[in-house]
Design a protein around this ligand. Structure first.
Ligand SMILES: Cc1cc2nc3c(=O)[nH]c(=O)nc-3n(C[C@H](O)[C@H](O)[C@H](O)COP(=O)(O)OP(=O)(O)OC[C@H]3O[C@@H](n4cnc5c(N)ncnc54)[C@H](O)[C@@H]3O)c2cc1C
Length: 464
């Protein structure tokens, strides 16, 4: 018997095909029912009217943005935080940058550590802890919303447009905090920004960090490049010698330098920091595409190398490859003040500090070639000469030039290429965010511009 089958019935029937290729009648019926209830979907107009109003808008849900939003909301302000990806936590979660690094005296950072498990946090769960903090403080979270435009009233930012699956959404705010890491919002608003080192404008390389499992119980971990120099493996060779030789043989990409492994919480698990690509910019879409593909390919070369040459790594496999590449350095805003290398190595103190006792060496991954240190004969290397004294970050480094109603938090604050290489680590960025959140809320509470806020009030809340 020939059965006449229309398109809807055919699609339903196909959807109901079982593994054995047999059509299930029930599935056809369910499919038909579902499609008869389906909504009509029309294309969203490019300027759909999805609109939100808030007092403080935070763009970027990384360590800096999340901290800023929590602290501002805790002080009673209405806060909305926009994040382009599906998870909070920034690089630490989405690019699997691990562990949290940098020392700082911040009650807020201490509180976060107590909740997420300290520097060696669990990256599978930390984003939900961050969400708990935000929700408990009363902040509204919007994930999958990518800020693309600043809404200006003269030289004042009054909101942001973002792109989402529903089309464009508009968020109007009394004060905007740019915690995008890349200073996207500040840049869109017309704040002057710098990128790269003085002279050639090159930035630190992008890298994919990934996790491996199957590391043997007796295997060694290199830790930083500096400790890789001292770690002996297989007789008298150092970890560094073995990796450098493989690099020269062409078994490792030229830019890899030393393969760094860090032991993660569980037995046999490690985080690998090795891949690297130079001369590309994390704010350019074609560069990002190239970096994603190249570094992921490098990752598997690194794994082959480790299996072959590193005792205890023979059976490793990649257990987590992050969904996005790690971007170390892009735009830095020009603020009312600029933090410099000298301020860090002398441990400069500021009356208007919003971060105290920050500690992390000047850590410049070579912008022009392999390895971690920019120039090993120069005093910028990670090591003794690159050490800083506990330093402070003033409020004037988070207040941009030229645009009102805007504050900046995290790695894109106002500082030089060298100073940035220290305060870019997550604990210090979180402390900057905590300070910016309090500064923002105090500015609104006192109806003052951030530059005119009584900073003693801010410090009293921040440092208790
Ligand atoms: C390979 C690599 C290894 C590193 N290793 C370590 C390490 O071991 N330990 C450590 O502490 N630090 C490490 N760092 C540095 C550290 O991860 C970052 O500098 C730090 O996360 C910066 O925090 P942030 O909040 O300023 O920015 P980010 O962590 O970058 O967060 C910014 C957030 O804003 C979102 N965003 C960006 N643009 C938009 C937009 N237009 N609209 C909406 N949302 C947006 C992003 O998705 C992200 O969630 C490493 C970095 C890299 C790249």
């Amino acid at each position: 018997m020939t059965m006449k089958i229309n398109r809807r019935r055919l699609l339903g029937a196909l959807a109901g095909t079982t593994a054995a290729g047999v059509l299930s009648l029930n599935a056809v019926t369910a499919q038909e029912q579902a499609s008869s209830q389906a909504q009509t979907v029309t294309a969203a107009p490019p300027n759909s009217n999805l609109a939100f109003e808030t007092e403080i808008l935070v763009c970027g849900g990384g360590p800096a943005g999340f901290a800023a939003a929590v602290n501002a909301a805790r002080l009673g302000r209405k806060v909305l935080i926009l994040e382009r990806y599906g998870r909070l936590g920034g690089m630490g979660i989405n690019a699997r940058v691990w562990p949290l690094m940098g020392g700082v005296s911040s009650p807020f950072v201490k509180e976060v550590h107590a909740k997420i498990g300290g520097n060696n946090f669990d990256p599978e769960r930390a984003d939900l802890h961050y969400a708990d903090f935000l929700e408990q403080a009363g902040a509204k979270i919007l994930l999958h919303a990518w800020a693309t435009e600043a809404i200006m009233d003269g030289n004042r930012i009054v909101g942001v447009k973002a792109i989402s699956k529903e089309g464009t959404l508009t968020v109007r705010a009394n004060l905007v905090i740019d915690a995008t890491g890349d200073a996207d919002v500040a840049f869109f608003a017309g704040v002057p920004c710098d990128m790269g080192r003085e002279g050639d404008g090159l930035v630190q390389p992008m890298s994919i960090m990934f996790a491996i499992e199957g590391v043997g119980d007796n295997a060694q971990y290199s830790g930083s490049e500096q400790s890789a120099r001292a770690t002996k493996i297989g007789g008298n060779e150092t970890w560094e010698t073995v990796t450098t030789r493989a690099q020269k043989n062409g078994e490792l990409p030229e830019t890899v330098g030393v393969v760094r492994t860090y032991k993660m919480g569980r037995r046999g698990k490690a985080c690998v920091n090795a891949t690297q690509i130079n001369g590309l910019f994390g704010t350019k879409v074609e560069d990002l595409t190239k970096a994603e593909l190249e570094c992921r390919r490098q990752a598997f070369q690194v794994v082959d190398f480790m299996r072959k040459y590193l005792p205890g790594y023979e059976n490793i496999y990649v257990s987590h490859m992050p969904s996005v590449i790690g971007v170390r350095e892009t735009r830095r805003i020009r603020g009312l003040e600029q933090l410099k290398r000298e301020d860090l190595v002398t441990g400069r103190k500021w009356d208007n500090a919003i971060v105290r006792d920050a500690r992390f060496s000047l850590d410049i991954h070579n912008p022009a070639g392999g390895g971690q240190a920019e120039n090993q004969s120069h005093d910028q290397v990670q090591g003794t000469a690159g050490q800083v004294k506990p330093y402070e970050i003033p409020a004037t480094c988070v207040i941009p030039q030229k645009v009102d109603g805007l504050l900046v938090a995290g790695r894109c604050i106002s500082g030089t290429h060298e100073a940035h290489s220290s305060y870019r680590v997550q604990n210090i960025c979180m402390a900057i965010g905590a300070g910016v959140g309090v500064l923002a809320a105090t500015a609104l509470n006192d109806q003052a511009a951030p530059a005119n806020v009584d900073i003693k009030k801010v410090q009293k809340i921040l440092f208790l």
